[in-house]
Design a binder for this molecule. Structure first.
Ligand SMILES: [Zn+2]
Length: 311
């Protein structure tokens, strides 16, 4: 149908204008697979990019190029990067106010999918007490509003993977069978991780686990752990004020003996905590692409670290 409209545009004097409106029409077409030879799926974080890659491998390209070492939640894209994302056939959002840049830039409504919408009534609202800013180099960011590390609850990750698959099925109906088979495989992997995470966490209970950064809300809810939080960065040396904040937490949680970092901390930090009677382990949220492995292997490493600390 669109094709014939375009053909008549060729003989029209206002050819360019009509051609533009044809393109508009194609972009809004739910069966958008005809619109482009190599469709692009943009994702705001690595877990969603990983899900999209597994599901759409071979018939769409995943756009996710946030530099290593940056947190996609607070990443600021350039105008050019925003333009590339706006042009994508599908834009996968995390929801829960993730990727702060999306609040101030316009994204095409018909291409946008909020992958956490099936559990939006279970999103965690942060209390005032943990809404504060802290510095990392020259940048600062605040933790307030909704907790956003939704996928560390691997059941929620699975729901987000389903939302990606559903959106892809609508966009690429002829790949429906492939998509459903791949979703089944992906969900099997996520389910195995969820079961293993649950088993590893159960060994730590009822002891408190202290976390370095407020990104573990869904994780602690899913795996039934008490996880008071500091605002530390693994690459910043622990200061005397930091130690005072830790001592404050330990007053109310004297049973804590495991301390969680987002990535490998400075050796000096591990040493300081060891002297204070705490074992350091890494539970990586894996928000950005890992230097090695993929989403599954990072989660397996998280589970192994948790297991080892519970022994
Ligand atoms: Zn932070």
């Amino acid at each position: 149908m669109h094709k014939s409209v375009c053909r008549s545009a060729l003989i029209s004097s206002s050819f360019l204008l009509l051609l533009l409106s044809c393109e508009e029409g194609l972009r809004e077409n739910p069966a958008g697979e005809k619109a482009r030879e190599d469709p692009v799926i943009a994702a705001v974080n690595y877990p969603l990019a990983y899900f999209a890659k597994r599901l759409a491998d071979g018939f769409a390209t995943v756009l996710f190029d946030i530099p290593a070492g940056q947190d996609p939640a607070f990443w600021e894209p350039s105008d050019q990067q925003v333009t590339s994302i706006q042009k994508a056939d599908l834009i996968l959002l995390n929801g829960a106010n993730y990727a702060k840049w999306t609040a101030t830039r316009t994204l095409p409504y018909e291409a946008t999918v909020v992958t956490s919408s099936s559990f939006e009534n279970q999103l965690i609202r942060l209390k005032d007490s943990i809404s504060h800013k802290h510095k990392k180099g020259s940048e600062s960011h605040s933790h307030e509003g909704l907790a956003f590390t939704t996928w560390l609850d691997l059941k929620q990750a699975s729901a987000q993977a389903s939302a990606v698959a559903l959106a892809l099925t609508e966009q690429f109906p002829r790949h429906k069978t492939t998509l459903m088979n791949r979703l089944q495989d992906l969900q099997k992997d996520l389910k195995a991780l969820d079961v293993a995470m649950k088993a590893a966490a159960s060994k730590l209970r009822p002891a408190t686990v202290i976390t370095s950064h407020p990104v573990y809300h869904y994780w602690s809810r899913a795996y039934d752990l008490v996880t008071p939080s500091l605002l530390w960065e693994p690459g910043n040396e622990i200061t005397p004020q930091d130690m005072a904040a830790l001592a404050n937490i330990r007053k109310t949680h004297p049973d804590a003996r495991v301390f969680i970092w987002e990535s490998t901390p400075l050796g000096r930090n591990v040493e300081l905590l060891r002297e204070a009677g705490l074992i350091s382990i890494v539970i990586s949220p894996c928000a950005n692409q890992p230097a090695e492995g993929d989403f599954l292997s990072v989660m397996r490493n998280n589970i192994a670290a948790l297991e080892a600390s519970g022994n």
